[in-house]
Write a protein that binds this ligand. Structure first.
Ligand code: ADP
Ligand code: ZN
Length: 610
């Protein structure tokens, strides 16, 4: 523990407080800033919402020259620059959306050192013109955001990222800081290797997001369950709903709109301009639900997304965690909700099976999917399971579905044997629906046609509902005890592991099927209190008034509401009821520039109210 701070550290803290209006650094931010200010290279692994941006923004302000931020997210650069302008930092971007004249102006400002931070897309950075510009620009640092884009195994792979090693070769004395929210060791190694960060200091933060409540429910009618969930817990909130296909994205958005929820679609098949418009509305307006494929969301730093829902199973825990991590970046409580069923397992396995990729890639995908299924079927704390996957040990969290209402398990050996022998007796030629019909003794046309009512297993499973059998079968597929033959009408087949179950050599423990519960209304009620100031009725009224002021102000400035102030800041103001600029100065999120821009208005507004 360092007891005496250096002048640079004092300066960093001073900037944090006066420019950004935050009282203290979070987790490792202070050390990272200190390291980069001194000229060191850094690799920063921090979960979404952890506060990565300040780790390069503050050093860029302290060090001489311009901070160059490499980011693949052109669509977000405008908001990032706007947010910095709001706190009085001189920032700009260079990308294909601006005119030649604008670019020229920014290039001139860079050369003269009249700007603190410039965001550049990697393909732009690699042009001869840009590299020459950098060679005559005083550079404070290079920040490589979304650094996992160099990983060929990840789903965000960008070939241009690999070329970024050129920065080190051309500018060996400029510190580089690579940042990502992807935690696995393989990605980390690839970043170090490809960006030549062998000598960089690694800062690995805890990946826990304690304010997010994880919930994975049995899928019955996914859309209807989603609607109940939103109505019960998130009316008026901003959220993201992930679906696998474009068609389902569109249908889900339509369904939500028909039911009174403002939802917008987003997928790669839409016109670029329409996509951009929907994204801008989602960012700027309050309370919009985005239904999207995974094409949506990388780098979306809207702080007040209150829920992320999955109507289809993600391909990996990495993907799931990245997507759910977009909820609750402001630290207030948020929900990650997913509906999951037999069909999801079948569908994901089929997609791997039918992909054109080589065998190694398929094997990696298979392992990742199995890990994801393990999370869905776990009887233990979801958070412990996730963090363990990222190599971090932890204790039962009290803020996930399995902690809040522990699932019961049962010895499923006999049930599994019934399924396996039925699959065997129908010659491994039929899909799940028929196998379950035979088990339950249902007298369908197909059963009659194949005379399956004559089988010894006909009706031996009449004690369980179809949904229960589906849940058991789903777990058996997840466990590799049954496989699905996609080339033959999704027929169920035995596997190498089935035999041991049939011979009772092993027993299997299964999760008890739980009928979908009616979602209960407990808006904002959470096992732990996450930084939401509890407002009294009159404070709530002030808060609403402030929100309304914020909408108007954001419109007038042509920017997003959260760029003016976060909800958490407005809540704190409503609670503090500042009567003077001095009172307002201490509120988290109110820096010097914002105080100057909005302080007087807010103090007046509060005075009117009181
Ligand atoms: P990341 O890029 O890691 O996802 P951001 O840099 O966007 O996260 O930060 C997430 C949120 O946390 C932002 O709204 C930011 O203003 C806020 N934040 C970051 N650092 C601090 C801090 N030290 N104190 C208070 N709020 C912070
Ligand atoms: Zn838990």
């Amino acid at each position: 523990m360092q007891l005496i701070s250096t002048p640079e550290q004092d300066q960093a803290l001073h900037l944090l407080q006066t420019v950004f209006g935050y009282p203290a650094f979070r987790s490792q931010q202070g050390q990272i800033v200190d390291h980069v200010v001194k000229g060191g290279d850094a690799l920063v692994l921090m979960p979404t919402g952890g506060g990565k941006s300040l780790c390069y923004q503050i050093p860029a302000l302290i060090r001489h020259g311009v901070g160059i931020v490499v980011s693949p997210l052109i669509a977000l650069m405008q908001d990032q620059v706007d947010a910095l302008a709001e706190v009085g930092v001189r920032a700009a971007f260079l990308n294909s959306t601006q005119s030649f004249d604008e670019a020229l102006k920014i290039e001139r400002m860079m050369r003269e050192g009249e700007i603190d931070l410039v965001y550049i897309a990697p393909e732009r950075l690699m042009t001869q013109r840009c590299l020459e510009l950098l060679s005559v620009t005083p550079i404070a640092l290079f920040a490589i955001d979304e650094a996992h884009c160099v990983s060929q195994w990840g789903h965000d792979f960008r070939p241009e990222y690999i070329k970024l090693s050129v920065l080190h070769e051309r500018f060996p004395d400029v510190p580089r800081i690579a940042l990502t929210a992807t935690a696995d060791q393989q990605t980390r190694d690839e970043i170090i290797h490809r960006l030549q960060l062998e000598n960089a200091m690694q800062f690995v933060s805890s990946f826990d997001r304690p304010n997010i409540r994880y919930q994975i429910v049995e899928k019955a009618n996914g859309r209807k369950q989603l609607l109940d969930f939103i109505n019960a817990q998130h009316s008026g909130d901003a959220g993201i709903v992930y679906c696998l296909s474009r068609k389902k994205v569109e249908e889900t958005a339509e369904f939500l709109n028909e039911n009174g929820i403002t939802a917008l679609p987003y997928h790669a098949g839409m016109e670029q301009s329409e996509r951009a418009r929907n994204q801008a509305r989602f960012l700027r307006e309050d309370g919009i639900v985005m239904t999207a494929t995974i094409a949506f969301g990388m780098g979306i730093d809207k702080p007040d997304v209150r829920f992320v829902a999955h109507l289809d199973l993600p391909k990996s825990i990495e993907g799931y965690y990245q997507e759910t991590g977009r909820a609750g970046r402001d630290g207030a409580s948020a929900n990650a909700w997913m509906a999951y069923g037999l069909q999801d397992v079948v569908q994901q396995r089929r997609m791997i099976d039918e992909s054109e990729a080589n065998e190694t890639f398929k094997r990696v995908q298979g392992v990742k999917l199995d890990a994801m299924l393990g999370l869905c079927e776990t009887l233990n704390c979801r958070r412990v399971h996730i963090l363990d996957y990222f190599g971090q040990s932890s204790q039962a969290c009290g803020n996930c579905d399995t902690c809040l209402s522990p699932p019961s398990s049962f010895d499923g050996t006999v049930a599994a044997q019934k399924i396996l022998s039925t699959i065997y007796r129908v010659d491994q030629r039929f899909a799940a629906g028929h196998v379950i019909d035979v088990l339950r003794g249902i007298d369908t046309e197909r059963v009659k046609q194949w005379r399956h009512d004559q089988l010894s297993t006909y009706g031996i499973g009449s004690d369980k509902s179809e949904a229960e059998w589906r849940a058991i079968l789903r777990q058996m597929i997840a466990l590799g005890l049954v496989s699905v033959d996609y080339e033959n009408y999704s027929a169920l087949k035995l596997t190498g592991r089935s035999r041991a179950v049939l011979r009772s050599e092993i027993t299997i423990q299964l999760r008890q099927y739980k009928k979908a519960e009616k979602a209960v209304k407990h808006k904002r009620q959470s096992a732990k209190d996450f930084s939401e100031a509890n407002l009294s009725e009159s404070e709530q009224a002030i808060f609403e008034r402030l929100r309304w002021w914020r909408v108007e102000t954001a419109k007038a400035h042509n920017t997003a509401a959260f760029i003016i102030f976060h909800d958490s800041t407005l809540r704190e103001i409503a609670k503090a009821k500042p009567r003077s600029m001095e009172d307002l100065r201490g509120v988290t999120g109110v820096g010097a520039k914002k105080l100057e821009s909005y302080g007087a208005e807010i103090v007046k507004l509060i005075a009117e109210f009181l």
